[in-house]
Design a protein around this ligand. Structure first.
Ligand code: IMP
Length: 203
């Protein structure tokens, strides 16, 4: 899904808008919250996420939107990297369980980690900004934490109920969205994007 972002800070001098590609309504909500003042509208675009890295997938999604709408677009690709699972589920985080409900994803992860003593993990988010000229910029955000042993909390999506960020007692799913949206991998990547756009406005 490609969604139009209406944010005065991100508009170019010709009043064109930056588009965002995602099919995940939770991500749209988080991105809108983090970039503030955004109005999000859906336009359906589906992309086969067959890249080997978060970067490749994010670029592929953003390029599909640029091709369809002929203007600059951003896309995010993200996932959870678990140390004791040799980096899994990684770029396959969204498809780790079937159907990929938060309960199924978390349950499968906890089962696979039943014998893991070291429970370090990190969320990674890569935002790709693609221009109609084909120019590409990527922005990476990382949030380190631990996978706890039982699901806790109802907020957020995906693996939020089992991910506790470093230095905090609550899981992402137990904290108000405003807090997650200050410290998350997505927040870190979007902050880099915002800083970049502040000095390199879209034209
Ligand atoms: P994709 O970026 O659309 O491929 O999806 C990434 C998947 O990683 C999501 O469907 C979630 O399962 C997981 N994920 C990414 N970011 C988060 C997050 O902030 N919280 C919980 N799970 C996440």
């Amino acid at each position: 899904m490609a969604s139009k972002i209406r944010n005065p800070n991100l508009r170019n001098p010709n009043n064109e808008e930056l588009l965002i590609a995602t099919t995940n309504q939770h991500k749209i909500k988080e991105i809108a919250h983090i970039l503030k003042g955004i109005r999000v509208m859906g336009n359906g675009i589906r992309v086969n996420e067959d890249g080997r890295t978060f970067e490749e997938n994010a670029i592929k999604k953003a390029k599909a939107v640029v091709r369809k709408f002929g203007q600059s677009a951003i896309a995010d690709d993200s996932g959870l990297i678990v140390n004791c699972l040799q980096g899994k589920p990684g770029i396959k985080s969204a498809r780790f369980a079937t159907p990929p409900t938060p309960e199924n994803l978390c349950r499968k992860l906890l089962k696979k980690m039943a014998s893991c003593k070291a429970r370090g993990a990190k969320f990674v988010c890569v935002i790709a900004l693609v221009y109609p000229s084909g120019k590409v910029r990527t922005f990476k955000g990382v949030c380190h934490g631990r996978i706890i042993k039982k699901m806790r909390g109802k907020e957020g999506f995906g693996y939020d109920p089992v991910f506790r960020p470093c230095g905090l007692k609550k899981t992402f799913a137990e904290m108000p969205p405003a807090i997650k949206n200050r410290i998350s991998h997505r927040a870190m990547a979007l902050k880099k994007l915002k800083d970049y756009l502040a000095v390199n406005p879209i034209r």
